[in-house]
Design a protein around this ligand. Structure first.
Ligand code: LLP
Length: 421
């Protein structure tokens, strides 16, 4: 459920007409709903009621500080994957002891930054990373709390580019080697082992892969405890999928996911961390764009929008489907015809949808891409020297620009011309 609904014939974000935002900030833009972000965060938080837990929002999904602040205010921790994300989380007011640091290639500088600023734990992904973190912590005269990310070799049954839990993926250490790696970690004075981490992929639409992975983590917890390790915390990653269309079978709900966690791991008495990103932000955001031209090709109609692949890369990158709906509500029973919906960027990959059935659309109409709140704005680029598009946050009747559109000068002046030119 989200808070983008038609009312009196027009699309609203909560109590604000989308057309009013478009008139104020211009198109294209991203708009997020505070009520939807809040609802989705709480669904996870409540799904883990009864077990000690922290929901660490995977801020890679949508990392505007206003979004982070909204979630942090509800009690969220953050899952960060770079020094930049760490700095952004801190700038949004998230305390270090609510930040977990994931990622396969943390640099020593990033380790120093987090150890100095405060960190809940590093999710370590390899032996060389462990050695580096041990050294950095010792240099700083501190001890780094760690989990080791294990790769359970489980098929997440999702798009290959976002599956992370198979042995051929670059992530984690093979679960079969985990006991040796933990034994080694225990000998390193700069590290304190506190738990286990796992994350098998994103946009999972079934619970079974989670069950397989979490059962393996449960067994490993018992083995490691028998080996003398103090396993107090299990970080179970993110990955629960969202419905991208109204028609298909909806993925499992956070309540069912929470029940699965309790069922597979509840008996161990560990503190549970989860790192959802997409489910918190995905359906809490739209990308709104304007039709520049309706163009007739030889055998098809093109809708040429002012939004492009640089603004929303998911269709070009993962063949992802986003529902695209008119901002003016179509008449009930309006005839639908197929359109190829494209952006102005100079490559054929700049195609959002082919043969998409739409009610009649005219030049100047606004359309909204649903489910664009996660991995939308954060993956945008300035390809074709197109400015990053604004982000807007709605809260009831209010809306605010939370990132403005840069001017051409701001973009261009980031270049510097060497003196010999
Ligand atoms: N934790 C870790 C360690 C991750 O790598 C990820 C996502 C998450 C949590 C959050 O997963 P989520 O709950 O959002 O599924 N750009 C792609 C998605 C990449 C996901 C990368 N890792 C897309 O647009 O579909």
């Amino acid at each position: 459920m989200d808070h983008f609904l038609y009312r009196d014939g027009a699309l609203y974000a909560e109590d604000v007409p989308i057309a009013e935002i478009a008139a104020g900030v211009g198109t294209p833009f991203y708009v997020y709903s505070t009520a939807t972000l809040t609802r989705h965060f709480r669904l996870f938080d409540e799904a883990l009621d009864g077990v000690p837990h922290l929901v660490c929002y995977a801020m890679k999904a949508a990392s505007n500080q206003a979004i982070l602040k909204t979630l942090a205010g509800l009690g969220a921790g953050m899952d960060v994957v770079s020094g930049g994300e760490y700095a952004r989380a801190v700038a949004a007011g998230v305390p270090g002891d609510r930040i977990v640091f994931s990622g396969v290639g943390k640099t020593r500088d990033e380790m120093r930054q987090a150890l100095t600023g405060g960190i809940r734990q590093f999710n370590v992904e390899s032996e060389p990373e462990m050695a580096a973190l041990n050294e950095v912590a010792q240099e700083l005269g501190t001890v780094a709390p760690i989990t080791v990310r294990v790769n359970p070799d489980v098929d997440a049954k999702t798009h290959a580019k976002i599956a992370t839990g198979k042995s051929e993926n670059k992530f984690g250490i093979p679960i079969a080697r985990a006991r040796d790696v933990y034994a080694h970690a225990a000998t390193l004075p700069g590290l304190k082992v506190i738990g286990i981490d796992v994350h098998i992929g994103s946009q999972l639409t079934e619970l079974e892969p989670f069950r397989l992975a979490y059962e393996k983590v449960g067994e490993l917890t018992e083995q490691l405890r028998a080996d003398g390790h103090d396993i107090q915390r299990l970080d179970l990653g993110g990955g629960l999928g969202i419905p991208y269309t109204r028609s298909n079978d909806a993925p499992p709900l956070p309540t069912e996911y929470g029940a699965l966690i309790k069922d597979t791991l509840g008996h161990l008495g560990c503190e549970i961390e989860i790192e959802p990103g997409r489910l918190v932000a995905g359906n809490a955001g739209l990308m709104v764009s304007k039709v520049i031209y309706v163009k007739s090709g030889e055998d098809r109609e093109f809708l040429i929008l002012d939004g492009a692949m640089n603004d929303l890369i998911r269709p070009a990158m993962y063949e992802a489907h986003h529902d695209i709906i008119p901002v003016i509500e179509p008449e009930a029973g309006a005839e639908q015809t197929p359109y190829d919906i494209v952006g102005p960027v100079c490559e054929s990959g700049d195609t959002f949808a082919k043969g998409r059935m739409m009610p009649p659309v005219n030049t100047g109409d606004l359309v909204a891409f649903r489910s664009a709140g996660a991995y939308g704005a954060v993956m945008a680029s300035e390809y074709n020297t197109r400015p990053l598009i604004p982000e807007v946050l709605v809260h009831g009747h209010q809306f605010a620009v939370i990132r403005s559109r840069p001017s051409f000068d701001e973009m261009i002046n980031r270049d510097t011309i060497p003196e010999w030119l």
